[in-house]
Unconditional design. Structure first.
Length: 244
């Protein structure tokens, strides 16, 4: 069997280098902490060479920014910039990734490394302002349609779009990270409970009650990995046969 050897194409190589340099040059025009916007209303904060979207006024005020310092740039230049995420912390850990106006809690800085986000700047903010932001679990995805909920420093696969919707989430709320980070991330079964004592394992589009603590332990599950949701969210997922 013979392998096809792809010939080196200097033209393609040169175009790739020029494109890469043009992206660097655009970002290098702006200073750390500078605010920019294109022809639309969206405002971006330049941080670590990336343009980080500020989703609303609450996040703008959280970071203590000044509207008068927003600089208008061309849509072409804005499109060339690498996009980043705003990450904040109050007086103490945990850290929060700001996503679509929600503060998504992660346990510590080591989780940022697991997510491939450890090269992002962490902004220190006031706790009283941070506490005013609505909170949400962090959702991530790779290049395919699979969405994972990050809880207890583990990735819990959400098996279907109907379960995603039942929990009050949308696909657009999942931040995209490299596939290699998802592959390496520790995984956990999606386990839910409402206000009662019952714990459910999510399978396909249904929730299945784990009917004893002995069974829970035998299945190798961690009590700290059980996510508490509202009773309404839980009831949005049809109930299947109990696990025995």
């Amino acid at each position: 069997m013979y392998k096809t050897v792809q010939k080196f194409n200097p033209r393609i190589y040169l175009l790739t280098i020029l494109l890469f340099l043009s992206v660097i040059n655009v970002t290098a025009q702006y200073k750390e902490g500078e605010l920019v916007k294109g022809s639309k209303d969206a405002v971006y904060l330049i941080s670590k060479g990336k343009a980080c979207w500020i989703p609303n006024e609450s996040v703008f005020n959280l970071l203590g920014l000044n509207w008068n310092k927003v600089k208008k740039i061309s849509d072409k230049d804005l499109a060339k910039m690498s996009k980043g995420l705003i990450i904040v912390k109050g007086k103490n850990e945990p850290l929060f990734i700001i996503n679509n106006g929600f503060a998504c809690k992660i346990a510590n800085a080591s989780m940022l490394k697991t997510l491939g986000l450890d090269n992002n700047f962490i902004w220190s903010v006031l706790d009283e302002k941070l506490n005013k932001l609505p909170q949400s679990q962090l959702l991530v995805k790779g290049n395919d349609a699979s969405v994972y909920l990050i809880y207890n420093s583990k990735a819990c696969w959400i098996p279907s779009a109907s379960v995603l919707k039942a929990l009050g989430y949308e696909m657009k709320m999942a931040i995209q990270i490299p596939d290699k980070e998802i592959i390496q991330m520790p995984k956990s079964q999606l386990l839910l409970r409402g206000s009662g004592e019952k714990i459910y394992r999510i399978e396909n589009d249904k929730r299945r009650w784990i009917n004893s603590a002995v069974l829970f332990t035998r299945l190798g599950y961690d009590w700290n990995s059980v996510l508490t949701v509202s009773d309404a969210q839980l009831k949005n997922i049809p109930e299947g046969e109990p696990l025995k």
